[in-house]
Write a protein that binds this ligand. Structure first.
Ligand code: SF4
Ligand code: SF4
Length: 311
């Protein structure tokens, strides 16, 4: 069966989970609209601009009917530190898109004709998490991540949309958070305002990565030594404690500029960097998103929280 061959190929390319689903109107469209209406997307205005498209995956690429949805671990067993695990190595967009494009070319060759399609890794108006749930990869945790019962949640998601009839997998129909609320209780800023609802304006990931202006004074102390992103609501999740996958992909190993550094050391290093040093250290890294200006702002918040000394 071609579906089995495609999955075997995807695993061979380094993906940890693979599933196939059809494209349709999003079941979570209403929840997404409510989230936008409550202002929980913060300054991420592209979310509202592309809302219509996001709510129907058939609109992403003309003629496409199926999505091959993949996940790749970024190392939930790595130690915690001032930079969120996902951002320590190379940019996942580049890594995942390259692998998905390789998969696409393999499918073309196997079928014997070019199959119309396109790969997405946070690179277009798609609700990838919903596609992943529908492809059988996991359930929506109360911390808003997709959780897989054998892999936890420390993984990237991507999708290859294709104009190709493929047998689809059963959706992941159950949820396994139960009465647990560890993530809600552990969030330092109470950004998880209710199960599965994140107010980005309060989330440390948003504040240290997406926010352009000053970090509001009231939340600064709660950021502690987190210089870029936050993994707390995933770290406390029992599914990650038991099942997070080890880091296998070399591209996601920490860069020299980050590896082994605590918040104080990294903050000092960043405050001392000029543009050229920043480019050399973070070329092709997700941390470029905040620009040197943003990283220096975050470094100042971290040093404000933990103090300059000892040297
Ligand atoms: S990433 Fe951090 S700040 Fe954001 S919801 Fe999770 S624990 Fe809270
Ligand atoms: S910490 Fe508990 S409630 Fe939160 S996502 Fe994990 S299992 Fe669900």
């Amino acid at each position: 069966m071609i579906e089995q061959l495609i999955k075997a190929q995807a695993f061979g390319l380094g993906f940890d989970l693979v599933g196939i689903t059809d494209l349709s109107e999003a079941e979570t469209a209403r929840a997404f609209d409510d989230w936008l209406a409550r202002g929980y997307a913060g300054e991420m205005s592209y979310m509202s601009r592309t809302a219509q498209k996001r709510k129907d995956s058939r609109l992403a690429i003309e003629g496409a009917t199926r999505a091959i949805v993949v996940a790749m671990s970024y190392g939930g067993r790595e130690p915690s530190g001032p930079v969120a695990r996902y951002a320590r190595g190379d940019d996942y967009h580049d890594v995942m898109l390259d692998r998905l494009n390789q998969l696409h070319r393999w499918i073309d060759a196997h079928i014997g004709r070019p199959v119309r399609g396109k790969a997405y890794v946070d690179t277009g108006p798609l609700l990838e998490r919903e596609l992943a749930q529908r492809a059988g990869l996991g359930w929506f945790g109360k911390n808003t991540t997709l959780i897989n019962p054998r892999a936890g949640s420390f993984f990237f998601l991507g999708a290859l949309l294709l104009d190709l009839e493929l047998a689809v997998d059963a959706p992941f129909a159950t949820e396994h958070c139960g009465t647990c609320r560890r993530c809600l209780d552990a969030c330092p800023t109470a950004a998880l305002v209710e199960p599965r609802v994140l107010d980005s304006n309060l989330c440390i990931s948003y504040l240290t990565i997406e926010l352009k202006g000053d970090v509001p004074e009231a939340v600064r102390p709660k950021i502690g030594e987190l210089l870029y992103g936050c993994d707390i609501c995933q770290e406390v999740c029992p599914w990650n404690e038991k099942f997070a996958l080890p880091l296998r992909e070399d591209a996601f190993r920490p860069r020299e500029a980050i590896a082994g550094k605590d918040g104080r050391t990294l903050a000092r290093d960043i405050l001392a960097m000029d543009d050229e040093q920043f480019r050399a250290a973070f070329k092709g890294s997700p941390m470029k998103r905040a620009k040197l200006r943003g990283l220096k702002r975050n470094a100042a918040v971290v040093l404000g929280n933990i103090g300059e000394s000892p040297r």
